[in-house]
Ligand binder design. Structure first.
Ligand SMILES: Cc1cc2nc3c(=O)[nH]c(=O)nc-3n(C[C@H](O)[C@H](O)[C@H](O)COP(=O)(O)OP(=O)(O)OC[C@H]3O[C@@H](n4cnc5c(N)ncnc54)[C@H](O)[C@@H]3O)c2cc1C
Length: 352
């Protein structure tokens, strides 16, 4: 979707599964009929326009929704979020007319979107309320090196700016901080995170916490109803990435057909920043608080490289690689294969 904003992909290329795909799978696709509720006793699905009865098993995979802080002035024109293809279309159209784009949020989505807007001739600024970028994927040193990369690309980042208000009359003309500072901009995109979409489950009396609660079989508190992907929470865990969605969906699908046939055992979180010219990957546990972990670093501010490995019992359980795809692949392999690294500690970050 970000590539669509950057004009590197067409709509056709952005849509992963076209109508033909559903036909090939013998799946009946019904669009524009949002589900409101499931009546679990009568096994009935209630949508905005229809009801369907007598399912054998049911999967809730409704993803997540953007988290929007309670800024004043959110209803003004030219204030956007990025979640759906329609959002991307609106933003792409708005960038054609805007002079200064403000991206509120210094996470993966905010940075990738700012780079895409820059690639099509925009003049974006990334604004974040904390001191570091990618708080979920990077530590302080990694964030510092990343800031250097972004500065070289001509991307402006403003940190420690706590936005509270969107200014302007009907149309946004900037954002204002809690300290009363203002940044001018005529396109505002809020990329401040997401929350699991738990509304259907709530309406249906299915147990939720941050996400829809599912057990090892991806079954919810309602027998025969399963949940997978961004809307689901398992053992207090939630990772909003495609590998989590596909891994949980696979387990749910197996158990919907043959209950008890597959258990979910979790996955290692893994994120890659997809900005041309920056090789940044973050895998697993990168900031442990317990003294049981050992941490190895390598940093070169001139070259713009930063590598980190978090080790427990001679196994790497988390890693950051900024500056080399080769090192990233090597560290990812070591994490996934749980390799004993006691013999290769000295050469862990060698780029060969
Ligand atoms: C711009 C962007 C870029 C991203 N890039 C990456 C990336 O590079 N790598 C990565 O791993 N992850 C990425 N992600 C995250 C990734 O898209 C999600 O983790 C993944 O799509 C989750 O899949 P899902 O099936 O759980 O939910 P979604 O893909 O969100 O699908 C949810 C579906 O449910 C439908 N739905 C919602 N409510 C209802 C309702 N009431 N009734 C009926 N249907 C409903 C929605 O229309 C949608 O079709 C990105 C996300 C965004 C927004």
């Amino acid at each position: 979707m970000i590539d669509f904003v950057a004009d590197k992909r067409t709509i056709e290329e952005t849509i992963r599964y076209h109508r033909d795909w559903y036909e090939e799978q013998n799946a009946n696709l019904m669009t524009s009929k949002p589900v409101l509720q499931i009546e679990t006793d009568s096994k009935t699905v209630i949508t905005t326009t229809t009801t369907h009865s007598n399912y054998d098993s049911l999967l809730i995979a409704v993803g997540c929704i953007p988290f929007i802080p309670p800024f004043e002035g959110l209803s003004k024109q030219n204030v956007h979020v990025i979640r759906t293809l329609d959002d991307a279309l609106d933003i792409r159209e708005a960038v054609r007319k805007s002079r200064r784009e403000i991206i509120v949020g210094g996470g993966i989505l905010g940075i990738e979107l700012a780079a895409a807007i820059k690639a099509v001739g925009g003049n974006p600024i990334i604004v974040t309320n904390i001191d570091t970028l990618l708080p979920q994927q990077l530590d302080k040193m990694g964030s510092q090196i990343l800031l250097g990369h972004l500065a070289k690309m001509g991307l402006t980042v403003l940190r420690n700016f706590s936005c509270v208000r969107i200014s302007g009359n009907d149309t946004a003309d900037g954002i204002v901080s809690d300290a009363g500072d203002k940044i001018d901009g005529d396109l505002i995109v809020i990329a401040t995170g997401v929350r699991s979409n738990i509304q259907i489950a709530k309406n249906s009396g299915i147990n939720v916490n941050r996400g829809i609660l599912a057990d090892d079989y991806m079954q919810t508190s309602a027998s025969g109803i399963f949940a997978a992907g961004d809307c689901m929470e398992w053992k207090g865990k939630w990772i909003g990435i495609i590998p989590w969605a596909t891994a949980t969906a696979r387990v749910a699908a197996r158990n919907m057909l043959n209950f008890g046939s597959m258990r979910f055992e979790g996955i290692t979180s893994s994120n890659t920043l997809q900005v041309a010219g920056i090789d940044l990957s973050s895998i697993g546990e990168i900031d442990p608080k317990s003294p049981d972990y050992e941490t190895l670093f390598s940093v070169d501010e001139n070259k713009g490289t930063y590598y980190k490995a978090v080790i427990k019992d001679n196994i790497i359980v988390g890693a950051i690689s900024l500056g080399s795809r080769k090192v990233a692949m090597k560290l990812r392999g070591l994490v996934n294969q749980k390799v004993d690294i006691s013999e290769i500690k000295q050469s862990l970050f060698d780029n060969d």
